[in-house]
Design a protein around this ligand. Structure first.
Ligand SMILES: Cc1ncc(COP(=O)(O)O)c(C=O)c1O
Length: 393
């Protein structure tokens, strides 16, 4: 019995951590664009914007090249500039705080809530100074931040709010899609996200004035209605219609793709929710995660993620830690004076920044497969194998 189990394990293919849900329709859509010879942002981008607006319930949607420039555009549209401080989380992909630095603004890192892994609203007010201009909450792994409390603080101190929703397609609070709480919501359609475009991004907002500014900024500051007059210094952050075509088809298939993600997340939460060895990311009441990444924290100080990942690998389950180095710990931040903006801006010494909750999560989390094609029995196999590690050591 034992022998045959080992043989089965040996023959098994590794279950990947992520997959990309692409079908024949995406292929056809790209082929059509190429055949049309209209490769630049065009009809597919317009169709996608309409569909994404319906999906998120946002009045205005603007496609952009990727999620990083969506954040950069959003901050620029909010007039965030050199020396301004923007409060954000260090437990995220580096693009979140990098986009703040692009304009010479200063990322002010605030610790996360140990349960939600998101910016802790109770720690925001003490970080506000006369230079603070905005808050950038990041819905990490697709778990919606406590937007009610964040918006109350923002309103009290007259701060702009830019939501980083890169990982949060279909993350909602009481049915309202994230991205609609702050001034601007920024999305990524990077090739491994819930909904993909290869590269790709989108900005959502509910103000016509902000939308017009974004439409102009993303196209070299031109009048969005056309012509070669440039009214502000802008960028080329347009999308190609090949990427937009993929995103457009993904919107048609979104219900199915996202249902698989939610099923995976719900199953994991049901099976692993009560285990004392693990701390799962907590959803606040009325909050729906996007189920982009499922990454619990190990609750046993004698176990490292590295050991657990090795064990899972032997058992053909791919796993990894994703943000084991926090943004302020990255070499680029530890040497921030090498950044050209340091010639005009006094950046803080990030070696003195410490966010203990974020540091704990960074060192102790690991990712489980979130593959849309996973079967129930594969999820059973993953969870049983994982629990064995804690109970049979
Ligand atoms: C939280 C977060 N913010 C921003 C980005 C940047 O998006 P993009 O890769 O599309 O530039 C990403 C990821 O890719 C992300 O995960």
């Amino acid at each position: 019995m034992h022998g045959s189990f080992l043989i089965t394990i040996k023959k098994m293919k590794d279950i990947p951590v992520v997959d990309v849900n692409i079908a024949e329709q995406e292929l056809k859509a790209v082929e059509e664009v190429v055949k049309s010879r209209y490769l630049i942002e065009g009809k597919n981008a317009r169709e996608f914007e309409k569909k994404f607006g319906q999906f998120t319930g946002s009045k205005y949607v603007s496609t952009v090249t990727n999620g990083t420039c969506a954040l950069h555009l959003a901050l620029t549209a909010m007039d965030i500039g050199p020396g301004d401080e923007v409060i954000t989380t260090p437990f995220t992909f580096i693009a979140s705080s990098n986009s703040i630095l692009f304009n010479g603004a200063i990322p002010k890192f605030v610790d996360v809530d140990p349960e939600t892994f998101n910016l802790d609203p109770n720690k925001i007010e003490q970080a506000i100074t006369e230079k603070t201009k905005a808050i950038m909450p990041v819905h990490i792994f697709g778990n919606p931040c406590n937007m009610q409390e964040i918006m109350e603080i923002a309103e009290k101190h007259d701060l702009k709010v830019i939501e980083d929703c890169a990982q949060a397609h279909d993350a909602r609070i009481n049915g309202v899609h994230v991205g609609n709480f702050g001034d601007i919501g920024s999305f990524s359609f990077y090739g491994t996200k819930n909904l993909v475009g290869g590269e790709g991004g989108a900005i959502v907002c509910n103000s016509e004035e902000v939308y017009d500014k974004i439409q102009s900024l993303k196209n070299h500051g031109r009048d969005p209605k056309g012509g070669y007059n440039h009214y502000r210094i802008g960028f080329n952050y347009r999308i190609t219609d090949m990427s937009a075509a993929i995103m457009n088809v993904q919107m048609d298939r979104a219900e199915k793709i996202l249902a698989r993600r939610h099923r995976n997340g719900n199953l994991y939460r049901k099976i692993l929710g009560e285990q004392k060895f693990l701390r799962l990311q907590k959803q606040l009441p009325g909050h729906q995660m996007s189920d982009y990444i499922f990454a619990p924290v190990i609750n046993d100080p004698s176990i490292t993620p590295q050991d657990l990942i090795k064990y899972l690998k032997i058992n053909h389950i791919s796993s990894r830690t994703i943000y084991s180095v926090l943004s302020y710990e990255q070499p680029a931040y530890q040497n921030i004076n090498n950044f050209y903006m340091a010639r005009v801006v006094n950046f803080p010494d990030y070696s003195k920044t410490h966010c203990p909750n974020a540091e704990h999560i960074a060192r102790n989390h690991f990712e489980l497969p979130m593959v849309s094609s996973m079967t129930d029995s594969q999820i059973d196999y993953i969870t049983e194998t994982l629990l064995k590690y804690f109970t049979e050591r």
